[in-house]
Write a protein that binds this ligand. Structure first.
Ligand code: MG
Length: 166
C-alpha cells in the first residue's frame, strides 16, 4: 500500500526572530514569525505526512493556542507525526520539498536540513530531497515579506518497504 501527501506553509519574515529552516539556524537579519520556531519547511513536511495518512493537518494536532508548543522546535512536532506513521504501519519511501525564499542564500545549509529531516523521519538521506528557489522578486516571497515551503511525501506500508531496492 502506498500513500501520497502534499504540504504547503508560509510564514512572515520579521525582526527579532531566529531564522530556522529544516532545523538549521541560518544567519540572517530577519526570522520567521510563528507560535513555534516557525520552521516553515518542517511545517510543510508535517502537513504532507499527515495528509498521506489521512490525519488532517498540523494545526489540528498542534494548535497554536496551546502554550505547550510555544517556541518549540518543529522537528519535535515532525517526530510526533512520524511516530503516528509508524504506529499505522507505514514508513517514508521518499520526501521532496522546496523552500521559496528570495533571501538569504540557502544552498550552504541544505545538506544539514536533509540530515535533520532524514533523522527525524527514521530514514536515510538518499530518500530526502530539499530544494530552494527564489521567485525572481515576484509575490510575497520575492518581496522578502515571507518564506513559503511545499513538500510531497510518499509513504509505503512497512512490508512493501522491506522489498524496495532503494
Ligand atoms: Mg506553519
Amino acid at each position: 500500500m502506498w500513500r501520497i501527501g502534499h504540504g504547503f506553509d508560509a510564514h512572515r519574515l520579521t525582526e527579532g526572530r531566529k531564522l530556522i529552516l529544516g532545523g538549521v539556524e541560518i544567519p540572517f537579519s530577519l526570522g520567521l514569525l510563528g507560535h513555534s520556531d516557525a520552521d516553515v519547511l518542517v511545517h510543510a513536511v508535517c502537513d504532507a505526512v499527515l495528509g498521506a495518512i489521512g490525519a488532517g493537518d498540523i494545526g489540528r494536532h498542534f494548535p497554536d493556542s496551546d502554550p505547550a508548543y510555544k517556541g518549540i522546535s518543529s522537528l519535535k512536532l515532525l517526530d510526533e507525526v512520524m511516530a503516528l506513521v509508524l504506529e499505522r504501519g507505514y514508513a517514508l519511501a521518499n520526501l521532496d520539498a522546496t523552500i521559496i525564499a528570495q533571501r538569504p542564500r540557502l544552498s550552504p545549509f541544505i545538506g544539514q536540513m536533509v540530515v535533520n529531516l532524514s533523522h527525524v523521519c527514521r530514514t536515510d538521506v538518499g530518500r530526502v530531497n530539499v530544494k530552494a528557489t527564489t521567485t525572481e522578486q515576484l509575490g510575497f516571497e520575492g518581496r522578502g515579506e515571507g518564506i513559503s515551503a511545499q513538500a510531497v511525501v510518499l509513504l509505503t506500508s512497512i512490508e512493501i518497504d522491506a522489498e524496495l531496492p532503494f
